[in-house]
Structures are given as structure tokens and as C-alpha cells.
Design a protein around this ligand. Structure first.
Ligand SMILES: Cc1cc2nc3c(=O)[nH]c(=O)nc-3n(C[C@H](O)[C@H](O)[C@H](O)COP(=O)(O)OP(=O)(O)OC[C@H]3O[C@@H](n4cnc5c(N)ncnc54)[C@H](O)[C@@H]3O)c2cc1C
Length: 315
């Protein structure tokens, strides 16, 4: 890969940057990851995180299916933070069946919902999972260093291959005005014995969701376009609690043990494309919005393939 210090530099150490780093390092490349925030302080660490069902057409549908398959495989391996759980997907404004899923009988539909279907999907404990990715990166010879990168040119001299996985940071790093924050707030409660998830149609005003983990349940959801306030809003927390308790009465006995807020890196579509920066070939992989965990493996494998295919001829 030439005489530079590394074969690849990845900027960003959320779920996207770490997954791209793992894909490249596990193919034998010398990978350096630079990140302003270390994994535990990223948006990725705040994700619930459910690997969402695949209903999208085209490339996004393929990335979604790659996520479901890979996270289902990881769920069988200790220390990954992955598990597979049964639960319900529901909506208040449609009775249209969800393709490929078993519809719930009316008695399993919470009050106010017009549709509910059963699904079995992976759920990821992000703290454990980001540690797992970090270990895989270093086990494959990759390195992670805390560093703010102000322009991609600044790191182009270090490696022939670059990956820009800066999420919301791409607004400043590459001046992309289409990347916008969507604030998400969640309430964390003790787990009174809940072992199934519940997810209503995201982004409706009364969006209701909960995801069980060992010892805790994460309750959502919320979305605040262009809201960058990372302090929890107590009124919103009460509304989330009350909506979730209406669906799962056992949550009335749960104690609140935390609040978390994250800014989803939304964009009209994920940016996954190659650009030449100085003498390096750079792949941009950012703008995953509320589905970065779900899309991480599909987009990271494609990002790595784009870099490596080009590197044989262009770099
Ligand atoms: C409340 C909430 C719930 C969610 N639930 C789900 C879910 O259930 N399922 C799902 O799939 N997704 C979910 N998401 C979405 C998911 O969290 C994001 O899509 C994903 O974390 C984005 O990952 P990322 O690596 O692109 O960004 P981030 O995790 O934000 O990481 C970006 C990295 O880039 C670094 N960086 C930025 N700029 C620079 C710079 N100039 N120099 C150096 N480093 C830089 C940052 O420091 C960080 O390390 C949720 C999000 C929120 C907020």
C-alpha cells in the first residue's frame, strides 16, 4: 500500500467508523482511527439500539438485511452485546399488515393502536458492542487515537485510503449542510421483568417504544429536528414514561435510573461515495440518521469495498 505511515485512516469512532475500521483491519490493512470523541461518548453509545426490520427497497433494503443477518449471528457470541428478542411493531394510524410478519390478534394490540405485528429482531447493548468493535479493531492490528481532524487534507498524507465516518461532524469537516441533528431523548428504568420490545411507527407525535436489557429497560421515543440541546427535558421524560406505561403496565413499578439524549446525524440519504483528497482515495460514510446501528455493517462493507476496489487501480 505504498510508503505512507498507514494503509487507511478512518475519521470517527462511532458505530460507523469502528465498523469500517474493523472491515479494513480484518483484511490485513494497517488502520489508524482518529476521533474527537471516544466510542463511549458518541451518539452511537446512546442508541437504544434495535436492528430495525427491513421494508426499504434498493440499496437501503440490502444494508438493512445485512444488519439483521450480521447482528443475528453476533447475538450467539458472548461479549458482543447482541441478543435477539421477540416483540411487537405497532401503529396508531394504519391497519395495513406489515409484509412477512404475523399480525397480532386484537387482544394483543394496546389501546389506541390500529395495527400490531409480531417480529423477532436483534437488539444491541451499545456499550458492550462498541467495546467489542474496539477489541476487534485492535486485535486486527488497528489503532484508535483521540484527535480532532479539521480537514481531510490534514490526514491525507498519512494513508492512501481515508474514510470519513464523522456523523453529525461532517457538517463542519466537509461542509455538508444537508446533515442535520435530530434530537432523541430516552428514559432508562429498572427492568420489572419485561423481555419483549415494543416499537410504534417512529416519528409520529405519540411515538412509543421500549427495549428490554438485562437490569434495565430503555424507553423512547422522541425526535426534535435541529434541536441540539443535550440536556434531558423533564416534561418530555414524563410523557415518554406515561406512553410506555400505558402499553406495558409492568413499567409502572419500574424506577427511573437515568435519562439519555443523543443527536441523530440525519441526511436526506446516507452519503456513501468516493472522492479524491490530495493523493488519497476517500470514502464518505455518514448521515445514517436514526438507523446507524441497523445500517452499519451493510454500509461499512460497501465503504471498504469501494476503497479497496479503487486502491488497486487509482491509488
Ligand atoms: C436516542 C437514539 C436512539 C437510537 N436508536 C437507534 C436504533 O434503535 N437503531 C439504530 O439503528 N440506530 C439508532 N439510533 C441512531 C444511531 O445512534 C446513529 O445513526 C449512529 O450512532 C450514527 O453513528 P456514527 O458513527 O455515524 O456517528 P457518531 O456515533 O456520532 O460518531 C461520530 C464520530 O465521529 C467523530 N468526529 C466527528 N467530527 C470529527 C472530527 N472533525 N475529527 C475527529 N472526529 C470527529 C466523533 O467524535 C465520533 O467519534 C439512535 C440514535 C439516538 C440518538
Amino acid at each position: 500500500m505504498g510508503g505512507r505511515q498507514y494503509d487507511a485512516v478512518v475519521v470517527g469512532a462511532g458505530v460507523i467508523g469502528l465498523t469500517v475500521g474493523v472491515c479494513l483491519a480484518e483484511q490485513g490493512l494497517r488502520v489508524q482511527v482518529y476521533a474527537r470523541d471516544l466510542p463511549a461518548s458518541t451518539t452511537s453509545a446512546v442508541a437504544s439500539a434495535m436492528v430495525e426490520p427491513s421494508f426499504s427497497p434498493g440499496a437501503v433494503g440490502e444494508w438493512e438485511r445485512a444488519g439483521i443477518t450480521t447482528f443475528t449471528e453476533l447475538a450467539g457470541i458472548d461479549g458482543t452485546g447482541g441478543t435477539v428478542r421477540r416483540g411487537r411493531l405497532a401503529a396508531r394510524n394504519t391497519s395495513e399488515p406489515l409484509p412477512g410478519l404475523d399480525m397480532c390478534p386484537p387482544e394483543e394490540r394496546p389501546e389506541g393502536f390500529t395495527m400490531a405485528a409480531r417480529a423477532t429482531l436483534p437488539i444491541v447493548d451499545m456499550g458492550v458492542y462498541l467495546d467489542h468493535l474496539g477489541r476487534r479493531l485492535t486485535d486486527a492490528g488497528g489503532r484508535l487515537e483521540q484527535r480532532v481532524v479539521t480537514t481531510l487534507d490534514e490526514v491525507a498524507g498519512e494513508a492512501p485510503l481515508l474514510a470519513n465516518c464523522t456523523g453529525l461532524g461532517a457538517r463542519e469537516l466537509v461542509g455538508d449542510p444537508t446533515v442535520r441533528p435530530v434530537r432523541g431523548q430516552q428514559v432508562v428504568v429498572t427492568n420489572p421483568g419485561v423481555d419483549e420490545f415494543f416499537l410504534s411507527s417512529p416519528y409520529e407525535p405519540e411515538w412509543t417504544a421500549y427495549w428490554p436489557y438485562p437490569g434495565r429497560v430503555i424507553l423512547g421515543g422522541s425526535q426534535g429536528m435541529d434541536d441540539e440541546n443535550t440536556e434531558p427535558d423533564p416534561e418530555l421524560a414524563e410523557a415518554i414514561l406515561s406512553r410506555c406505561r400505558a402499553v406495558e403496565p409492568r413499567l409502572r413499578d419500574a424506577q427511573v435510573i437515568g435519562h439519555q439524549v443523543g443527536l441523530r446525524p440525519s441526511r436526506p440519504s446516507v452519503r456513501l461515495e468516493v472522492e479524491r483528497i490530495g493523493d488519497s482515495r476517500c470514502v464518505h460514510d455518514y448521515g445514517h440518521g436514526g438507523a446507524g446501528v441497523t445500517l452499519s455493517w451493510g454500509t461499512a462493507r460497501e465503504a471498504a469495498a469501494l476503497l479497496l476496489a479503487g486502491s488497486r487501480t487509482a491509488v
